[in-house]
Structures are given as structure tokens and as C-alpha cells.
Design a protein around this ligand. Sequence first.
Ligand code: FAD
Ligand code: NAI
Length: 464
Amino acid sequence: MSTYDLIVIGAGPGGYVCAIRAAQLGLKVACVEGRETLGGTCLNVGCIPSKALLHASHMLHETHENFAKMGLMNAHVDVDWAKMQSYKTETVGGNTKGIEFLFKKNKIDWIKGWAEIEAAGRVKVGDTVYETKNIVIASGSEPSTLKGVEVDNAAGTVVDSTGALALPKIPKSMVVIGAGVIGLELGSVYARLGAEVTVVEFLDAITPGMDGEVQKQFQKLLTKQGMKFVMGAAVSGTTVENGAAKVTYKLRKDDSEHVIEAETVLVATGRRPYVSGLGLDKLGVALTDRGFVAVDDHWQTSVPGVYAIGDAVPGPMLAHKAEDEGMAVAEVVAGKHGHVNYSVIPGVIYTSPEVASVGLTEEAAKESGRKVKTGKFPFMGNARAKALFQADGFVKMIVDAETDRVLGCHIIGPNAGEMIHEVCVAMEFGASAQDIALTCHAHPTCSEAVREAALACGGGAIHA
Ligand code: FAD
Ligand code: NAI
């Protein structure tokens, strides 16, 4: 029987980062992972394969839409779906192997198999029980299913995100249930690859929780790219006949029932924590009413010595949030101070244009009772974005009207996911919009639009 300082359950971005940081802090660490490869949902069937397909399909879109405009004539590109899948698989493989290398480098034992927590300090994998001073649950999440909808990823007709990343062929038509992050990212992959994509969404706006102006502009741009939207529609079920699927939904405004057909249906209606098999019931680990592992400010569960992080606990289901919690809980377990600033966690949607946000939306800032000011700058006034044919979006900054402190920022535009970080850093330092406005930004960059939005919060943008 081996004795560890820490056993981490799950090697996703929460778990593997926690294991590495704990090892760096001098602890004897093991990480249990049931999958064949390390990296969790994110590397295997989430962030990385989806970004590979988004990149490849974006390149295709560029050849169709913009090459001729730049004098790059007669670019005819055929899609070899099998090869695109290999590129995706190789990208994933390179990254999962990278985590294996990091485990070896940091002397972390990878215990292969599915873990059950017998008691605080005892983790069982197969027939072996491992003793440990601390346990971190980083078991992640899984797609949540909808009543009346049966997902069959192998058949490729009604699929969840995992199935959609590996369809046997590019469908001619696709219905996406849910206009959240997964639905829009993967929906736009297939739209760019030539599928007729219709998104059916329960709410009246896409990407719930986002800034209202961004939601509207985003939907407008995706519509311009050929995606169709049925809004205010509650999907009640799917059926499959002769390899094609029918989706039944009711419009909330008049309760009328409709049926839409497609070769493939992607169910993207959210994810739920994955904690089955861990034995949490027997152990007495408290869950929230939505099935997440309940934790205190130090990620400690109701059972001393057992911690939990990432998608398995409440909060945004994002890889970088899981990573930050992984680092912080490792510090706590090592007797140091761990901290995550939940008010500065960026969210990015990797469509084209990208959509990125951090902090409060205008709506949330107003609801909090603050006096707010906003500064908005359209990419139409940004030379670099215009050269990239991506001038349709904008940067919107939300600041406290009394102190000028930056409360949030929302960007829809080229490389928004990279640009958002200067605002994250500014917010971490408690900066004002004027601090950003007075910072010299290189020309010509898309980031100049962030500075212009900051200027718009005060004296006024220059190029608007
Ligand atoms: P996970 O990554 O889910 O890892 C948990 C691991 O624990 C799994 O490998 C699982 O096998 C293992 N496990 C579970 N139970 C046990 C057990 N009992 N024993 C042993 N092992 C166990 N987030 C972003 O920030 N950016 C993105 O671009 C992004 N894109 C996404 C695209 C898709 C299609 C999907 C589905 C998700 C995406 N996400 C993205 C979300 C991101 O993948 C998750 O937030 C992140 O993976 C959560 O990390 P985690 O470590 O908590 O859990
Ligand atoms: P989501 O919660 O973002 O969106 C689900 C959507 O489905 C909502 O708009 C909801 O109103 C709708 N819906 C629910 N039931 C419905 C019904 N019966 N009929 C019609 N519409 C219905 O969930 P999604 O897109 O599945 O993503 C899950 C998680 O994965 C997210 O929390 C996200 O954080 C993470 N993720 C992050 C990515 C990123 O950071 N780029 C990329 C992909 C996923």
C-alpha cells in the first residue's frame, strides 16, 4: 500500500494542474484517471479538438470569402473530412502526451483506473487501496441530456458534443438544440463546412448571461454567415427514422408545436457535474441541489481532507477556472494560501468573430445598484480589423461612474479571446478606464480598440 500526501481524482485541467503545482510544492502526489489519456474533457473531447475544427473550418471560410478580395485568385479547396479528423486527433494526442511528460517530470504517479473514495484518506482503484493525507476531487462534468432526446454518438444522428467532434461525415443539415457556447462553436464549424445549420433555443437571446448588445450583434453576424435561429422554442423530443432525425419543439409565445428535420442533431443544452462511482453518498460528501460537490472558500467539502474543484463544483464550467482552482487548492493542501478571483474570469467563444467577456455586463452592473458608464468602440474605426475583414464587432467597457474603475469588458471581434486579457490584468490591478486609455497601444493592432473603448468612457474615442 502506497502512502501519498495528495491523491487527485481526475486528470482534466483542474486535476492535472493541481497535481503539478502540489508536486512543485514538494508533496508526494498521485493522480487517478480512468480515461486512456490524460487531459480530461478539455484536451480529449472539449476545448482542444473543438478549437482544431474551428481553426480548420475558419481557414476554409477565408479561402471562400476573403481570398479573392485580397487578389489571391482561384483558390479552390476540397475538404478531406478524414484528414481534418486526423489533424484534430494529432493535435489532441500531442497535448495529452505533453501532460504525461509533465507528470513524469514532476514525479507524479498516474494511477490508471476509476477511483472510489472508501473513506477520507483512502482511495480505491480496482483492487488496490491507496492511502493519502488529502484527496482532491476533480472529476469534471458530462453532457446533460434532455428528456425525450436519446443521444447515440456512434450512430451520428442525434449526438452530444463528443459525437459532434467525430461525425462519420459532414451532414447536409444539422439542428443544434441550445444556443450556448457549444451549440454556436460546433454549429459554426458545420455551417462553414457546408451544412445547413438551424439553432433551436429556449430563450429569446443567444448565449445566456452575456451582455445584451453583444448577444444581438453576435446573432446578427452568425445569421449573416448562414446560420438560422428559432428562438423562444422549447425542444420536447427527437425521433430517428431511416437515419434522419426529427426535432419537436413548442414556441413559447403561442404554444404552437413544430417539427424540424435534419441529418444530424446536436444536443448542446448544458453540462452536469460527473461524480458517479466516487462513493460520495456513502462518504457523506454534501452536494448542492443541482448535484455539484458543495465546497467552502478553501474548496474543502463537508468531509475534512476531501477537497473538490473544477466542473464538479459550482461556478463557470471553464478549463481556466478549473486550472486556477487546481493551483489554489494545491497551495491550501500544502499549508499555504490559495486564492481565485472569481470576478475576473474571462469567457471566450471561439467563433469568427470571437466573443470575449470579463466581469460585469452592463445589465448586471446596473442591477447591482451602481452608477455605471459605458464606453463603446466599433472595429469599423480600427484599421487592422478592417484589413482582416473583421470590422463588424465592437469593444464595450463598463466602468463605475463615480470611480472610473473598470467593472467589465465585452468584445466581439478579431482575436477578442486574446485581447480580453489586458482588461483582466487591468481589473486585477483595480485599474480605471483612464489607466487603460493612457497606456500606449501599438499601431496597427486590434487592441487599439480596447484603448478607444476606454477613451470613450471619458473624454471620447479618437477614431469614432
Ligand atoms: P474534466 O476536464 O471533465 O476532467 C475530469 C476527468 O476526471 C476526466 O478525464 C474523467 O475521466 C476523470 N474522472 C472522473 N471521475 C473519475 C474517477 N472516479 N476516477 C478516475 N478518473 C475520473 N472550456 C474552456 O475554458 N474553453 C474552451 O474552449 C472550452 N471548450 C469546450 C468545448 C467542448 C466541446 C466541451 C464539452 C467543453 C469545453 N470547455 C471549454 C469546458 C472544459 O472542457 C471544462 O470546463 C474543463 O474540462 C473542466 O475541467 P475539470 O478538470 O474540472 O474536468
Ligand atoms: P450552455 O449552458 O452554454 O447553453 C445551453 C443552451 O441550451 C442555453 O441557451 C439554454 O437556454 C438552451 N436550452 C436548454 N434546454 C433547452 C430546450 N429544451 N430547448 C431549447 N433550448 C434549450 O451549455 P453548452 O453550450 O452545452 O455548454 C456547456 C458548458 O461547456 C458551458 O457551461 C461552457 O462554459 C462550456 N464550454 C465552454 C466553451 C468555451 O469556453 N469556449 C466551449 C464549449 C463549452
